[in-house]
Design a protein around this ligand. Structure first.
Ligand code: NAD
Length: 257
């Protein structure tokens, strides 16, 4: 039995993750805005640090794995704050608690949207860990309906690049901690409920996220992969974003690797 910290545990993929892990006898400390063990707001630095400290305290100082699921898809600056810093800064704050585990692991949720058009200045500001600059750029993108959706894709491309950049460093690989991401296609959760409810909405998502293998996916398809990436068995996956998206990545990128 292992002790997991799961962000976004109140809904969707994070909730499914929590249920599967608990059914297998593990301890899960959930982090979300409300309704789970740790109530915290990952959209700002203080909220991230307070939530990480509280999760560490509830785990008595030792955490075996952290799975970061909390995210937003609305075309607003807060999406950049939660999807990037709500993962990177929270994970860094959890790192000391992982070092006392015999098999520490970390995984987060990116998206196949990381492969879609982005706003390069926003991606760069995020990767420079300049939250103020990133929020200012996102504010401008949010003001135009043509560019608002670039906030989501940019946040996901940045977090996948952060995983590649940071995974081999002393904090993660050097401390024996595999750090990886999963890139889902269209998952049936409260986040996509409204979009998938209408024929027009389904046509729209399917045109940007083609899923020839089994179409829209259940949250279990992602949760089980996150659970493997954070299991004792994962000894050598490092810095990857594993696309589990019904084929969207291969349709869009072909045989380019
Ligand atoms: P969801 O909306 O069901 O769950 C997201 C959770 O994140 C919610 O419980 C929400 O309260 C929490 N959250 C949002 N803002 C927060 C904040 N400031 N502080 C703390 N918690 C906060 O959505 P989901 O579909 O389960 O999404 C989980 C992850 O998967 C997200 O990162 C999302 O971007 C990603 N993803 C989802 C899909 C999809 O099709 N549903 C596709 C690709 C990637």
């Amino acid at each position: 039995s292992r002790t997991y910290v799961v962000t976004g545990a109140a809904s969707g993929i994070g909730k499914t993750n929590t249920q599967i892990l608990r059914a297998a006898g593990n301890t899960v400390i959930g982090v979300d805005l409300a309704g789970v063990e740790v109530s915290g707001d990952l959209s700002h630095r203080e909220g991230r640090l307070t939530a990480a400290a509280e999760a560490t305290r509830l785990a008595n100082g030792t955490v075996d794995a952290v799975i970061a699921c909390a995210g937003l898809s609305i075309p607003k600056p807060v999406t950049a704050a939660v999807n990037y810093f709500g993962m990177t800064e929270f994970l860094e704050a959890m790192q000391p608690a992982l070092t006392t585990s015999p098999a520490p692991r970390v995984a987060l949720i990116s998206s196949m949207a990381s492969l879609q058009p982005v706003a390069p200045p926003l991606v760069e500001a995020l990767l420079q860990d300049d939250e103020q600059a990133a929020l200012a750029i996102a504010e401008e993108l949010a003001g135009d309906p043509q560019t608002g959706n670039l906030i989501y894709s940019s946040s996901k491309q940045a977090v996948s690049r952060w995983v590649r950049r940071e995974a081999p460093k002393a904090l993660w690989a050097g401390a024996g901690i595999p750090l990886n991401a999963v890139g889902p296609g269209t998952v049936i959760t409260p986040m996509t409920q409204e979009l998938l409810a209408s024929e027009d909405g389904r046509k729209l998502v399917d045109s940007v996220v083609p899923m020839p293998l089994n179409s829209h996916q259940a949250p279990e398809s992602i949760a089980n992969l996150l659970i493997w990436l954070t299991s004792v068995e994962n000894t050598h996956c490092c810095g990857q974003t594993i696309y589990c998206d019904g084929g969207a990545d291969v349709v869009l990128r072909g045989d380019d690797i």
